[in-house]
Design a protein around this ligand. Structure first.
Ligand code: OGA
Ligand code: NI
Length: 315
């Protein structure tokens, strides 16, 4: 059977002046279908300039090529409340990658590199563009779910928990190729820029589908908060990174997130109002984040013990 392709949606109707209603409707229909099937799609004409993305990728390669001591100068102190800056997965982790994590440009927690020159500026620009694209996607998903106008925008009105990770994965060896073990993201919407070498895969009906990179294209996956709010109408995509052979792999991942004090539970539109039972218990987002963080700092001995959104599922 041929591998089903991940749909690519052209977002230009949302950027052009005037009312291209039919163009917008087409986008929304494609996105709604992809989100209820498996929560994964790609976007073009998404507002992030191609030049900026190319520059960001080149600067990331230069940065990760530096010696470890130099990269570690850009790490947050061990007692920092948030793990900003440079880090490498510990040797015992099944995930093999190193990364640079940043919060919104104005965040006091950021530890940003001073070299290569321009890297910091470009990271901050990428962040700002990703926020804008995240806001547009959120508005589209709001409509796809049939929620009252601006519902998600008003609910998710604090951008301080958004974060962006710039990653480098070493090439696969003869015996292993895991970059990131299969998982779902905990936030609302994730936007990924992956390098031409590929490696990102999404699970659909039990089958792993490679997301083929294409110039200027960004990958979008829905994450746990949307799955809970929509009572599983829209899916949090299960995905992983398989390291290609032959070279390092680079990516930028933007997590459009929710502020920790927000309460997350299935919205009445998707349960009580239609006579369907809620599939999840409600929770404060920061509690779920803390459990996910614990997975990383105190990895359980078996993969089944890793806390995922199923932790809140009402069986
Ligand atoms: C993640 C992730 C994908 C990538 O960081 O959660 O899925 O391409 N990353 O690096
Ligand atoms: Ni992910």
């Amino acid at each position: 059977m041929p591998t089903p392709a991940i749909p690519t949606v052209d977002l230009s109707p949302f950027f052009t002046a005037g009312d291209d209603e039919s163009g917008r409707k087409k986008c929304k229909d494609m996105i709604a279908e992809a989100c209820s099937d498996y929560g994964f799609f790609q976007i073009v004409n998404h507002g992030v300039p191609l030049d900026l993305m190319n520059q960001a990728m080149e600067l990331s390669k230069t940065f990760f090529n530096y010696k470890d001591e130099l990269k570690r100068e850009c790490s947050s102190s061990p007692d920092s409340p948030l793990p900003a800056g440079y880090n490498k997965q510990p040797d015992h982790s099944p995930d093999k990658n190193e990364y640079l994590l940043m919060f919104p440009p104005e965040s006091p927690f950021n530890v940003l590199p001073t070299n290569p020159p321009d890297f910091r500026k470009i990271l901050e620009e990428m962040f700002k563009y990703f926020v804008k694209t995240g806001e547009i996607l959120e508005a589209i998903i709001n409509e796809c779910l049939g929620l009252p106008p601006n519902f998600l925008k008003e609910y998710n009105n604090d951008r301080s928990w958004d974060f962006m990770v710039t990653l480098r994965y070493p090439p696969a060896t003869e015996t292993e190729n895991n970059g990131i073990t299969e998982h779902e993201d905990g936030n609302l919407i994730t936007i990924v820029l992956q390098e031409d070498i590929g490696g990102l895969e999404v699970c659909k009906d039990g089958e792993w589908i490679p997301v083929i990179p294409s110039k200027g294209t960004l990958v979008v996956n829905l994450s746990d908060v949307i799955q809970v709010l929509s009572n599983k109408k829209f899916k949090s995509a299960t995905h992983r990174v398989v390291r290609p052979k032959g070279g390092h792999r680079h990516s930028y991942v933007f997590f459009y997130n929710l502020q920790g004090d927000k309460w997350v539970e299935p919205l009445p539109n998707f349960c009580s109002a239609i006579g369907v039972r809620p599939k999840y218990k409600g929770f404060y987002y920061k509690d779920y984040q803390a459990l996910r963080m614990r997975n990383k700092t105190h990895p359980p001995s078996t993969p089944e013990e890793i806390i995922r959104i199923g932790h809140y599922e009402i069986l």
